[in-house]
Design a protein around this ligand. Structure first.
Ligand SMILES: Cc1cc2nc3c(=O)[nH]c(=O)nc-3n(C[C@H](O)[C@H](O)[C@H](O)COP(=O)(O)OP(=O)(O)OC[C@H]3O[C@@H](n4cnc5c(N)ncnc54)[C@H](O)[C@@H]3O)c2cc1C
Length: 486
């Protein structure tokens, strides 16, 4: 069996990209310790598409090349396609225990659904359907790792592009030629950018008609001249015993600076039309296919957290206490309710006018909104169960503890596990509860889909409230009837 895809993916990142960390430009991210652990994880995921038995589960044969390509590119037209998509998402999500959220399936799913529904935007640009079809085929057949960034830098949120005195505070088109456009500004947050191939960009607000240069939907290659990928501090660890999650799954977040970057026309999906670009962004914000992927990942992560909670409780013999059982029960309620919503979304599917079958968005939107509040609570429960145990974990494994090994074996053992097992367990739990990576994850789950109050408000605004309002009308009717009864 030859598994070359992962290697090919790693090699493809030596493409002249400009990645900045700790004030230095990284010449080759594939050998840099801030990235090697995560890249090894991604390499294994890519290899799955070469493995007989596995590739059929996560992929399908490209009609163009005959090679296996990821199911995120499968256009669903029947319920079994949604199942195939889900299986692929779950296998990849489980491979990182839901900890890595940007494995490119979200971006790939966006491209797939835009391609499947491309006629929707022909009215704004005759070439749009052809552009998106071409990129879809390239992304599918060349294993492109696609991510997205919609925010502008957090400079002054009280002003939009029209209100700010700095024209570069929001990403804008500075020049147009017969070959393409030039853009200037920055975009954020771009999770996964140092090792992604392409970045999807659109403004996350309705640009005013007076400032069309800020309205654009683009797919930008991240090695383009003039792009700088500025990373946050790395949370990656090179010590897999001490930080088992950080050593494997630190997906980097970055701000992307565009210093007069040229974008050829075939990568400019829409531009100069605030209404069209706003509609485009909104199709993205209500995209049931991407919601489906994010909820599959959420299930995977909550399952992992719940398993951790149970193991922690058992390891220190607190699982028989009612208050702890209540907390473990709450974790199980979280998993089961999100799984239930995922299932519900697949039962009430809908076909759009282009023939694409999508899961029902409302249960998925509900699951995403619940996830923003579930996750911080799940972490709080892990804190409450492990309690002071997190600060009693030694800075070594039992096996490496040398002269003090006998003390560790005696005083760090658990109720039902050895000191070695208990220390390992608490180190994993701390990596998601209290490490820099863990803190970033809590922030991520609170915010990745948008800020919670806005997302809840959006669910309220978008919901069909008629049936709920009718309930009250019915109440007034029967109350009136009762009042008039003899
Ligand atoms: C770890 C992490 C990874 C992420 N990865 C990605 C990614 O890969 N791609 C991507 O596109 N996005 C990503 N995001 C960004 C995410 O979508 C945003 O964080 C989210 O939309 C909130 O925007 P903001 O962070 O810019 O907050 P801001 O908009 O700056 O908000 C700051 C505070 O001000 C309030 N506020 C701001 N504007 C208003 C207003 N007009 N009215 C009332 N209150 C307001 C907010 O409620 C909030 O409390 C990521 C975020 C995190 C934390």
């Amino acid at each position: 069996m030859t598994t070359t895809r992962g290697k090919h993916f790693i090699q493809s990142l030596k493409d002249g990209r400009s990645v900045w960390l700790n004030g230095e430009k990284i010449e080759d991210i594939t050998t840099h310790p801030a990235f090697t652990g995560t890249l090894r994880t991604l390499e294994k995921l890519f290899n799955m598409l070469d493995e007989p038995g596995m590739r059929e589960k996560i992929g399908f044969r490209s009609p163009k090349t005959g090679e296996y390509v990821h199911n995120a590119f499968l256009i669903p037209t029947a319920p079994e396609h949604l199942k195939q998509r889900k299986e692929a998402f779950k296998i990849w999500a489980d491979a990182t225990f839901g900890v890595m959220s940007r494995l490119s399936e979200f971006g790939r799913t966006l491209i797939t659904s835009w391609h499947a529904t491309s006629e929707m935007f022909r009215q704004y640009d005759e070439r749009y359907p052809e552009k998106i079809r071409r990129f879809y085929e390239i992304a599918r057949d060349e294993d492109r790792f696609v991510i997205q960034a919609f925010g502008n830098p957090q400079i002054d949120r009280s002003k939009d592009a029209a209100g700010t005195s700095d024209p570069d505070a929001h990403l804008r088109i500075v020049r147009e030629t017969s070959e393409g456009i030039y853009i200037k500004g920055a975009k954020t947050v771009a999770t996964g950018a140092p090792y992604a191939h392409d970045l999807i960009i659109a403004p996350n607000y309705r640009v005013k008609d007076t400032h069309p240069e800020y309205a654009h939907a683009l797919i930008v290659p991240l090695n383009a001249q003039g792009i700088h990928i500025i990373c946050r501090e790395s949370y990656a660890s090179t010590d897999i015993d001490e930080h088992p999650l950080s050593a494997q799954f630190d997906e980097m977040d970055a701000v992307i600076v565009f210093d007069n970057v040229f974008i050829p026309w075939d990568r400019v999906l829409l531009h100069g039309n605030p209404e069209a670009v706003w509609k485009f962004y909104n199709t993205l914000k209500s995209n049931a296919l991407t919601f489906h992927q994010t909820v599959v990942r959420l299930v995977s992560k909550l399952e992992f957290i719940t398993g951790l909670g149970i193991a922690l409780a058992e390891s220190i013999g607190v699982d028989s206490f009612l208050n702890v059982q209540e907390k473990l029960g709450e974790l199980i309620v979280q998993v089961e309710s999100i799984k239930g919503l995922l299932h519900a979304s697949e039962i009430v599917t809908q076909k759009d006018q282009f023939g694409m079958l999508t899961p029902s968005p409302i249960p998925l939107q509900t699951a995403r909104n619940l996830g923003m509040r579930y996750y911080p609570r799940a972490i709080e429960i892990l804190q409450q169960i492990g309690a002071g145990g997190y600060t009693q974990t030694p800075s070594t494994t039992v096996e490496n503890s040398g002269e003090i090994r006998a003390y560790l074996e005696t005083y760090y053992r658990g109720a039902a596990v050895s000191a070695s097992q208990k220390i390992k367990l608490f180190k994993v739990a701390w990596d998601i509860v209290g490490s820099p990576l863990g803190s970033r994850h809590e922030l991520y789950e609170r915010l990745y889909a948008g800020e919670a109050s806005r997302m809840y408000a959006l669910q309220y605004l978008a919901s069909d409230k008629t049936a709920l309002e009718k309930r009250l009308e019915r109440f007034w009717t029967i109350t009136e009837e009762r009042r008039n009864e003899p």
